[in-house]
Design a protein around this ligand. Sequence first.
Ligand code: GTB
Length: 216
Amino acid sequence: MIPTITAFERSPDRGRGLARDMRVRWALEEVGQPYEVRLLSFKAMKEPAHLALNPFGKIPTYEEGDLALFESGSIVLHIAERHAGLLPDDANGRARAITWMFAAINTVESPILDLTTAKFLEGDKSWYAERLPLVMERIRKPLHELTAWLGEADWLEGKFSAGDLMMVAVLLRLKPSGLLDEFPKLSAYVARGEARPAYQRAFAAQLAVFTAGSTG
Ligand code: GTB
């Protein structure tokens, strides 16, 4: 059965692959699962039909027969569990890879989201300039720790897994801020993720949506 995911009809990132459908597309490409995409406007995301799929009115969602999922982490885990290629065969190795998925979306992504909030919702506040360095420091701390863990390794646990996919997808959100440049090992790690053919296919697919929308 071909799953259907949802994505922005017109992504605010202008096709830079920063919206969260990108990680789902990437996972599907890694395991060789074809998929369909339903594009949504911001208005459509808040309408009952979409709220029935995601009560929070956001993309991405994932539909496969009777199953409807939301939350990019849950969707990527579902894909990784049902197909070979994104989780190790042994139980402990799988648990470690899943642990890294949680680390990515909880420990590493949370302070990154705080930066987005600061920039877009608090930029006009009198205390913005004073708070910004604190927000940046909270991002840097787990990045230093992640750098130490990675050492000279290519991937978090030896072989590329869903944990790396989520971690790279999360770190990519830092690119526009320039913060990733302070961490050469993490920049190289992200570049290894971006170089994967599955990433390239997923990136091209989401960029094509933006390009088609811009010319029409
Ligand atoms: N925790 C959820 C998940 O992981 O799936 C969060 C989903 C989410 O925040 N989705 C966003 C959304 O639907 C798109 S990805 N927003 C619409 C709304 O809230 O009305 C977040 C995002 C948006 C834009 C950029 N960008 O422009 O760079 C990057 C990331």
